[in-house]
Design a protein around this ligand. Structure first.
Ligand SMILES: Nc1ncnc2c1ncn2[C@@H]1O[C@H](COP(=O)(O)OP(=O)(O)O)[C@@H](O)[C@H]1O
Ligand SMILES: CC(=O)N[C@@H](CCC(=O)OP(=O)(O)O)C(=O)O
Length: 301
């Protein structure tokens, strides 16, 4: 039986299926050997069937010669674990206020649960995934984030152990890629005194895409892309337009770090940065291997 998510392709004749496959060839050739960083948002990973589609798509990309690197989130999953402990998450400008106890939960949920679920699904789909946190291979060095109020820069918010990336050393990711593995990265950094930092996954994905000189950064989320005040999809955004949308409150909450990371990556030379709907089955393949435009593309100028 066809599931609610799986597209029924049984009515498509084999000849047409072959035609569809061959149309992906120019894209496979274009992106062969190129790195694609995929931010897999916690909100996009709440449905088991979509998770499996996601894992299969990552494996397919690897097998046709691309180099997918997954950076995962887990906001809703952290929220669930905190509430089981009787704690409620608090966010300031899209960042979770992270006290010591929250940090323990964040590390446990991201590295112990979410990352390992994704690794398991990719491996079950025939890939070879390896889970990493920013500690592995000394990848993500961080310091405490100094957060200034967006309306009053003289005011500072204490967001606890939220990390600001100092440097990313991508050598462990590169070594794994070269060896046919698929890296799955949890957004946890380490500080000067070996302390852990909770870093927004969008920020990690964007910075990692930059240092890896990725061809593409795809941010899979739980919405069609960036929407305007009337709920219409904005298919292309420039940094200037984004500034206006943040200033007038059209872009808020979790979309703030996402869009800030997207601009940084676009300006730093990542060729294509897209925010796409992770609730659409195979949205990643649609974006990478067809000429259909999806979601919101962020341009560098
Ligand atoms: N202008 C906007 N367009 C689209 N989404 C927005 C906008 N402003 C705020 N958002 C919110 O940002 C959310 C996506 O960010 P987030 O919840 O952090 O997702 P993820 O877990 O994928 O990182 C959307 O579900 C939406 O509620
Ligand atoms: C500092 C900060 O906010 N960290 C995030 C890390 C997880 C994340 O970014 O998950 P999503 O991509 O699903 O939002 C958090 O604690 O929720």
């Amino acid at each position: 039986m066809t599931s609610a998510h799986t597209t029924d392709v049984s009515h498509i004749a084999p000849r047409e299926k072959a035609e569809i496959l061959s149309q992906a060839l120019p894209y496979i050739r274009k992106f062969h050997g190129k790195t694609i960083v995929i931010k897999y948002g916690g909100n996009a990973m709440t449905d088991p069937e979509l998770q499996q589609d996601f894992a299969e798509d990552v494996v397919l990309l690897k097998l046709v010669g691309l180099n997918p690197v997954v950076v995962h989130g887990g906001g809703p999953q952290i929220e669930g674990a905190l509430s089981r402990l009787g704690k409620k998450g608090e966010f300031i400008q899209g960042m979770r206020v992270t006290d010591e106890e929250t940090m323990e939960v964040v590390e446990w949920v991201l590295a112990g649960q979410v990352q390992q679920d994704i690794v398991g699904l990719i491996n079950a789909a025939g890939g070879k995934a390896v889970g990493l946190t920013g500690r592995d291979g000394g990848m993500i060095r961080a310091k405490k984030l100094k957060m200034l109020d967006k309306d009053d820069p003289a005011k500072e918010h204490d967001v606890g152990q939220v990390g600001d990336i100092v440097a990313i050393d991508p050598s462990v990711v590169k070594a794994l890629q070269d060896d046919q593995f698929i890296p799955v990265v949890s957004p946890i950094g380490f500080g000067e005194h070996n302390e852990s930092y909770n870093i927004n996954a969008d920020v990690v994905a964007a910075k990692l895409a930059t240092v890896l000189q990725a061809e593409k950064l795809l941010m899979l989320t739980n919405i069609r892309g960036v929407l305007d005040k009337a709920g219409e999809l904005l298919t292309e955004l420039t940094p200037r337009r984004i500034d206006e949308l943040v200033a007038d409150g059209t872009i808020s909450g979790g979309m703030i770090p996402k869009i800030a990371g997207a601009i940084d990556a676009a300006k730093s030379g990542v060729n294509a940065v897209h925010i796409i709907d992770g609730r659409v089955p195979h949205s990643m393949l649609l974006e990478i291997l067809t000429d259909q435009a999806y979601g919101t593309m962020i341009s560098s100028r």
